[in-house]
Design a protein around this ligand. Structure first.
Ligand code: A2P
Length: 257
């Protein structure tokens, strides 16, 4: 079992926190790629391990993660209490489908590529890695990260993403949006065209010849947006067969809640 030491913890709300751990020599064998996830546990048999997307760059000598807190969740009821100096289990074998190479590259070759990273809740985490890494800006002319949460306080990392060069579109669904934040589920705002008009993008729909989409969030959101895209002929990409969009679940939300 690979143990990593907790270096920092930040609690944003009663439901959301962030933490940074060491990145031991075990990662030297094979580093992670932006967008991948790994398994995290408490280092004992009392809690299960869960999949967590890595939220920082492979070049960093530490690892960062976002997590929900579920009061009686088998893992997060304990994980939410970690403190600097504690050790937790982090598998050094990252995997996942949210990889740039799983997207069909025609827009990149044509020099007009626009990459959308669409997230709900802690589904933002893999995009914190991807959209803060220089590689994505070598391929895509424009990178847009969308993040939808219930409450404004959960909309984290906007400044960091903008500093890296991404456009950020945030929405909340259960309270009045703060300044610069919009209202509504992202799926509704895509359907109505609001997403595009709010961003000043014309036409008010995704364009398969230039847009590529990465998706990460809760199960209901994931299913809904996948159905939306597939019903108009968009193809999910894999390593064997790159497509127009790729999708990963924000795993812990699917299991702990
Ligand atoms: P809502 O508040 O309307 O349920 P959660 O905290 O439950 O994981 O949700 C994160 C965000 O995802 C919330 O803003 C939630 O909106 C939104 N959401 C939930 N289900 C869907 C769905 N089927 N399509 C789009 N957004 C969704």
């Amino acid at each position: 079992m690979n143990l990593e030491k907790v270096l920092a913890v930040e609690h944003y709300t009663d439901d959301l926190f962030w933490f940074r751990t060491t990145k031991s020599d075990a990662w030297k064998k094979k580093n992670f790629q932006p967008g991948e996830f790994t398994m995290i546990g408490m280092g004992d048999k009392l809690s299960p391990t869960r999949a967590y997307s890595i939220a920082n760059s492979p070049e960093d000598d530490y690892l960062e993660f976002l997590s929900i807190k579920v009061e009686d969740g088998p893992l997060t009821s304990r994980l939410q209490n970690i403190a600097v100096g504690d050790e937790i289990e982090v598998s050094p074998k990252a995997i996942g489908t949210l990889l740039l190479r799983n997207l069909e590259p025609e827009p990149c070759i044509n020099g007009n590529g626009r990459l959308w990273m669409i997230s709900t809740g802690t589904g933002l985490a893999p995009f914190l890695s991807l959209a803060r890494h220089p590689e994505v800006y070598e391929y895509y002319e424009e990178v847009i990260v969308t993040h939808t949460c219930r409450y404004n306080a959960e909309l984290v990392f906007r400044k960091e993403l903008e500093q890296a060069g991404a456009k950020v579109y945030q929405t909340v669904t259960r309270e009045t949006p703060a300044e610069g934040v919009y209202k509504g589920r992202i799926t509704d705002n895509i359907r109505s065209g609001l997403l595009f008009s709010n961003l000043g993008v014309d036409p008010l729909v995704f364009d398969k010849s230039r847009d590529r989409i990465m998706i990460c969030g809760g199960p209901a959101f994931n299913n809904e947006i996948r159905d939306m895209l597939e019903s108009v002929g968009w193809m999910h990409g894999t390593m064997r067969s790159p497509g127009d969009f790729v999708q990963e679940r924000a795993f812990v939300e699917t299991i702990e809640t």
